[in-house]
Design a protein around this ligand. Structure first.
Ligand SMILES: [Zn+2]
Length: 355
């Protein structure tokens, strides 16, 4: 059965910057300024319906799609596909904006399987803003799911199918550092079960274990390497000795002893964040040079230049702030970024294909 459809040329013109060579308006190789008639298109009926809806629905009806109760995901995904295929830019922008609107955390209205469908659609069509937002929404979803009702095995398989190496790294990392609440002690044994991880495939379990060993080794070596590091001097820095002293204190054996020297569940990123936001006790006890300006300390008004730890003036609901001089802070930020950028390598091995 075939469906004969006619679309007004001016409707298409409104949706595209150029209709030259567009299969929607070509008949027998000739561009014609008349409705589509004898030209047979291979699109799915649903996709063509979505196109007609977007071209002819009154604005108040299309605007209703921003309302979660009225949102028709399949129709908008079909519209995205057909407008992408025929380069109808304004319709594709409309479909993309709608999908981004319903995906964006923290107010994501799509269900997890819908987010997975959107991510697949976005990657296969190289829709970068949509890829970013769908990925963020999925990661946020699993962060809000400590007991593992979302299938991590399925998500990892999806990331693998789509060639999203970095996402795979993030998913494995999340599985590794998942909350203690998801572990179960085996009765009358010293061992634990990890019910969430039991759904992983054999290959995924072995990848997880490889990542665990690699991150463990990284963390064991990191403090020693950091202690030997000379912090790079920024051009704006007036007293670099302070930067180096802060850095050395942050990584000293004593400071690491004060903190959790071993990050719970090997959550190294959380441990680095703690270093970034918690000033070592040794620095709080030792007055700094009066000309050392730090953002984490506030001199008491009209008394002396002796620095006062910020904890003396707790602010209600204050978020922990970075405390190092910009040189040390940059060094630490670079270190965190390098770990984030290469997180997948811990689980999946070297990114460089072997010769
Ligand atoms: Zn400096």
């Amino acid at each position: 059965m075939s469906i004969v459809a006619q679309i007004h040329h001016f409707q298409l013109e409104r949706s595209s910057s150029s209709l030259a060579d567009n299969p929607l308006v070509l008949v027998g190789g000739q561009q014609v300024r008349k409705p589509v008639g004898s030209h047979v298109l291979q699109d799915k009926v649903e996709e063509f319906r979505a196109l007609c809806w977007a071209l002819y629905a009154p604005p108040q009806e299309t605007a209703l799609q921003y309302n979660p109760a009225n949102f028709k995901l399949d129709r908008i995904m079909d519209l995205f596909l057909i407008s992408h295929k025929y380069r109808l830019e304004s319709l594709q922008t409309f479909a993309t904006q709608l999908l981004v609107h319903h995906c964006s955390p923290p107010y994501t209205t799509c269900r997890t399987p819908e987010l997975e469908k959107i991510l697949r659609l976005a990657v296969l069509n190289k829709a970068l803003p949509l890829i970013k937002v769908a990925e963020e929404a999925l990661l946020r979803r699993i962060e809000e799911d400590p007991l593992g009702s979302i299938s991590m095995a399925r998500l990892i398989t999806l990331a693998e199918e789509l060639g999203m190496r970095k996402l795979q790294g993030k998913l494995y990392y999340h599985e590794l550092v998942r909350d203690e609440a998801s572990t179960l002690k085996i009765p009358s044994s010293t061992a634990y079960n990890f019910p969430c991880a039991e759904n992983l495939t054999e290959k995924q379990t072995s990848v997880l274990f490889k990542g665990y060993r690699s991150l463990l080794r990284y963390w064991r070596h990191l403090p020693g390497e950091a202690r030997e590091k000379k912090v790079s001097k920024l051009t704006s820095c007036k007293n670099h000795q302070i930067c180096q002293r802060e850095w050395d204190s942050a990584w000293s054996v004593e400071t690491l002893k004060d903190r959790d020297s071993f990050p719970p569940n090997l959550d190294i990123l959380a441990s680095l964040e703690k270093i970034r936001t918690s000033r070592p006790n040794s620095l709080n006890q030792t007055p700094l040079f009066s000309f050392g300006i730090t953002r984490a300390i506030t001199p008491a008004p009209n008394t002396s230049a002796t620095p006062v730890p910020i904890s003396t003036f707790p602010l209600p609901n204050a978020q922990p702030q970075p405390w190092m001089q910009p040189c040390g802070e940059k060094e630490l930020n670079d270190l965190v970024k390098r770990l984030q950028d290469t997180l997948a390598d811990h689980f999946l091995g070297s990114h460089v294909p072997s010769a």
